[in-house]
Design a protein around this ligand. Structure first.
Ligand code: 6PG
Length: 240
């Protein structure tokens, strides 16, 4: 397919540390240039390892993340203190350890009605990010995890085309992965980011990754790859 870069690692820790190193280099460059860095974080087990690695590196390499604006690729419709909350995960392993200013944290309010939270999230991300011709926000970087069914963010397979084709920046979904009520970046917003990095880690995902990289496949990751000129995939998934 050619429009992705696949970086293979031996285990989740090596993947997380490499992705953290690449990310901090990007942020350090932005800091030097006084340029904005607006990022959407994902959830999941690899995200926890990634956040911990990024926080450790930021402290060791003295890279400030205080200028970064934090958004989310998806969120579960739960309170921010719920262990299932993607915000709670980032807060524990990244935002609190690095003392990120509250006005740089733009969480999706999982505790309110999904439609309300999605609309709020859309208004907030539009306020902070530039917009492309399609009125989609241009984030510097969107992180995505990969699920065993090829889902990314909370974009799952087999959803009605009307939903997949939505131009909404964020939209509520009912997901097969618990908890079911979620809010996700839509495909157009993921496609509009300057960079998308997929952290594809964990057992049982070889088929999902292999299918997603094959031409003509329909997994959500395959759809993202088709929508973009370039996507970076960090993986510890052994093919075959
Ligand atoms: C979520 C995530 C989801 C996750 C993948 C991978 O809210 O659940 O955003 O897209 O990143 O399911 O999760 P693991 O890394 O735990 O396999």
């Amino acid at each position: 397919m050619g429009n992705y870069e696949l970086l293979n690692f031996s285990d989740p820790e090596a993947l997380a540390d490499a992705a953290a190193g690449d990310w901090l280099r990007q942020i350090a460059n932005a800091n030097r240039q006084g340029a904005p860095h607006r990022v959407a974080l994902c959830g999941g087990r690899i995200a926890r390892r990634f956040f911990a690695a990024a926080a450790a590196r930021a402290k060791a390499e003295v890279v400030s993340l205080k200028q970064v604006h934090f958004f989310w690729s998806d969120e579960r419709c739960v309170p921010p203190t719920d262990p299932e909350s993607n915000y709670a995960l980032a807060r524990e392993y990244l935002l609190q350890p690095l003392a990120i200013p509250a006005d740089h944290i733009h969480r999706l309010r999982g505790e309110v009605a999904p439609e309300v939270a999605a609309a709020e999230g859309e208004a907030e991300i539009r306020h902070y990010a530039g917009l492309n011709a399609g009125q989609q926000p241009i984030l510097e970087l969107v992180f995505l995890g990969l699920g065993e069914d090829g889902h990314v963010a909370s974009l799952f397979p087999d959803e009605p085309e009307a939903a997949s084709a939505s131009q909404g920046v964020f939209r509520p979904v009912l997901a097969p992965k618990p908890p079911p009520r979620r809010i996700t970046l839509g495909y157009p917003a993921v496609a509009s980011a300057r960079e998308v990095w997929v952290l594809a880690s964990g057992p049982g995902k070889a088929e999902a990754l292999g299918k997603s990289l094959a031409p003509g496949e329909q997994t959500p990751l395959a759809r993202v790859l088709r929508l973009r000129e370039h996507t970076k995939i960090f993986t510890d998934i052994q093919s075959g």
